[in-house]
Design a protein around this ligand. Sequence first.
Ligand SMILES: Nc1ncnc2c1ncn2[C@@H]1O[C@H](COP(=O)(O)OP(=O)(O)OP(=O)(O)O)[C@@H](O)[C@H]1O
Ligand SMILES: [Mg+2]
Length: 279
Amino acid sequence: MSIEISELSFTYSGSTAKVLDQISLSIPQGAFVGLVGPSGCGKTTLARCLNGLIPHFHPGELEGTVNVCGLEVQDHHAHELAQKVGLVFQNPENQLIAPTVERELAFGPENLGVPRDQIRHRVETLIQQIRLEELRDKAPYELSGGEQQRVAIAAVLALEPDILVLDEPTANLDPLSAYEILQLLSQLNRDMQLTVLLIEHRLELVLPHIQELIVLANGRLVRKGPPNQVVTDPEVAKIGVAVPNVVQLIKQVNHPKLASHTPLSVGQAIKLILQEIKR
Ligand SMILES: Nc1ncnc2c1ncn2[C@@H]1O[C@H](COP(=O)(O)OP(=O)(O)OP(=O)(O)O)[C@@H](O)[C@H]1O
Ligand SMILES: [Mg+2]
């Protein structure tokens, strides 16, 4: 397993409320998994547990275990965990510090003492893979939000993690840039067998790409399963998860020929309707 969480509960120091409550969860290597839930349900807190930000930087009371690629996060330093789990946040500008994109990609591995020729190789590979050729000499603050987010993802990947955890990476992006980030994540998941855990409330963006959807509510894991089953579960809508219009539309049409299908994107819905009408 890539991520193995057992009976995880967490309370931030100075607070009495359990923000995570008895979460058990396994994610296999190479999976692309979505995580949703109402604001304040603990998504960011869970992400922080995966790379050791909790408990090493955000103190509190942690019960249970979090294991990433065979390492218990409580027992390993953040720099060790960063080579297993890369974390990307909503605001890339907070994560970008170097004078140029190229320097930004080299920064993490330099800090870990990776040999120069290996760093050069990693940086060149990422520049090709994430299509950053045109941006390599630019300063991160000169870039658009979508470009910055691609650089932030590349900078995290320069540490060669097995797992990429992204906390609402498209929240500040326009629809096209958000779509492109999802395409990129899908490509990285496919080509590098990278395990991707994506926190994203715009489900219509995520559903076509993921194998599993996890729903958190009040710090508890309330659903985990194939996206077509989870999004059509009436309890999930009740929790306040925004079920995409296309999923609702097909359910509300309630046509016998469509009833057994749950298209997860407009494209899939069109294909399905055309297929069924022609029959
Ligand atoms: N550093 C902290 N110290 C104390 N409490 C915190 C801290 N960070 C978050 N919390 C509390 O933990 C709870 C869960 O917060 P968290 O940020 O994990 O939620 P979230 O699901 O990511 O929400 P959102 O969708 O708004 O990003 C909230 O009640 C929040 O106030
Ligand atoms: Mg959050």
